[in-house]
Design a protein around this ligand. Structure first.
Ligand SMILES: NC(=O)c1ccc[n+]([C@@H]2O[C@H](COP(=O)([O-])OP(=O)(O)OC[C@H]3O[C@@H](n4cnc5c(N)ncnc54)[C@H](O)[C@@H]3O)[C@@H](O)[C@H]2O)c1
Length: 396
């Protein structure tokens, strides 16, 4: 174990609270890190639930006072896994206290809030990180490396879609359907990941949203009476009263990249039959790649430089540590496959590597980087509102 430690305070305890706690518990078991993570404090709103959570996951302290947790002199890294509208307050308080901050995506509910976070990060000694965790699926990190090595050549076209189906008419009115809290619906929840992954793999930026449309299909939902339940609200108590959903259920947009490549993005939580199909296809002059999170260990690869009679899609199982597949050497023998939680463990490893002065395996998004995704989200909303193209240069 390294001599240096990094005390972590986690704010939030539900879906992402569990995913991140699992990452902190396991990261030093699988990776050799320059600093050892210590699960110092967890903060959330319900006292008993937070205490139970701390006991179950191994946090040393539990509190309902997030301010004291983020200001605690012993804490080095504050990890924010709360709904999007409170990221700004939590992150700025932590940065002003001189902490490193890891924040869930999207960076914030509004562009203004996201900008304030970037400004606070610029003034702080603390390093910042954003949990665009799909970058750390080995197959996605490998696609980034292939693209960087020029294996795809000039990129012609990007096709991204993120499809889930849990948000039908029976799904209650959780924070994810409240525009004030979430900022947007499928756009910020799902499409933000695909936009980030496309930028990450290609190294290219969106220069223009050519056209976008966002639709609230289910306009009213039953009101929740308790917190709890799953991501779909199943298991939570509901009333018979209904309230308005103020976010997009479906978003579609066409974009142009700085390089001139064209891109289409689609995200919805109403695509009956698809559970978590975070898919990206990238076509270049020398080759193409295809990724689908529902088969996250695989990267489809097409080599257009092979003799024509040998050309065809191949499926690479990206789990071979001996072949230098990213992150694979830390885990299991080849084809002993990884799951959702490993992307968070891999990201935690890179966060502690960077805090300890070492390099991440592949680039980690900081607040300034995640702000670029936030600008694309804002351009999509603007394009939908005005039924017109929006250049990213117009979005400050
Ligand atoms: N990276 C991913 O794949 C991924 C997946 C799901 C969610 N997320 C992001 O993670 C964040 C949290 O989402 P979730 O699904 O875990 O939500 P959730 O509803 O399951 O949990 C939210 C937590 O925040 C706490 N909380 C809410 N308001 C608070 C406040 N004002 N002060 C302190 N605590 C508060 C709640 O008590 C709860 O513990 C969101 O930003 C979301 O977009 C990311």
């Amino acid at each position: 174990m390294p001599d240096r430690t990094c005390n972590v305070a986690l704010v939030g305890t539900k879906f992402m609270g569990r995913a991140h706690s699992n990452a902190y518990l396991n990261v030093a078991k699988f990776f050799d890190l320059p600093v050892a993570p210590v699960m110092h404090t967890v903060a959330a709103r319900n006292e008993q639930e937070t205490r139970n959570f701390a006991k179950r996951w191994g946090w040393q302290n539990a509190t309902t006072d997030w301010q004291s947790a983020v200001a605690n002199q012993e804490v080095d890294l504050v990890d924010i896994v709360t709904p999007n509208n409170v990221h700004t307050e939590h992150a700025i308080a932590a940065l002003e206290a001189g902490k490193h901050v890891a924040c869930e995506k999207p960076l914030a509910n509004t562009l203004d809030n996201a900008r304030q976070m970037v400004e606070a990060a610029e003034k702080s000694q603390g390093k910042t990180f954003v949990w665009y965790n799909y970058r750390r699926c080995p197959a996605v990190a490998f696609a980034h490396q292939l693209c960087k090595q020029g294996k795809l050549g000039r990129i012609y076209q990007i096709r991204g879609c993120y499809l889930q189906d849990w948000a039908g008419p029976d799904t209650p009115l959780m924070w994810r359907f409240d525009g004030e809290v979430a900022g947007s619906g499928s756009l910020g929840d799902l499409c933000a990941h695909t936009i980030d992954t496309a930028r990450f793999i290609t190294g290219d930026e969106v220069s223009e949203v050519i056209g976008a449309t966002m639709e609230t299909v289910i306009k009213e939902r039953v009101v929740l009476e308790s917190s709890g339940g799953e991501i779909s609200g199943r298991g939570a108590a509901t009333s018979t009263k209904k309230g308005a959903s103020t976010v997009d259920d479906i978003v579609l947009f066409v974009a142009r990249m700085d390089s001139g490549a064209l891109a289409t993005f689609e995200a919805t939580r109403l695509s009956t039959g698809y559970k978590n199909a975070n898919r990206l296809e990238i076509h270049g002059e020398k080759g193409a790649i295809r990724f689908n999170f529902e088969r996250m260990n695989e990267l489809d690869w097409y080599d257009a430089t092979l003799p024509e009679e040998l050309q065809g899609w191949s499926t690479i199982n990206v789990t071979n540590g001996n072949a230098n597949h990213p992150y694979a050497a830390a885990w299991w023998p080849v084809a002993h496959v990884l799951g959702y939680e490993h992307s968070f463990v891999n990201q935690a490893a890179d966060i502690f590597n960077v805090i300890g002065g070492q390099a991440a395996v592949v680039p980690l998004p900081d607040f300034a980087d995640a702000y670029k995704v936030q600008r694309v989200l804002a351009a999509v909303v603007e394009s939908d509102k005005n039924r017109s193209p929006v250049r990213l240069a117009e979005i400050k």
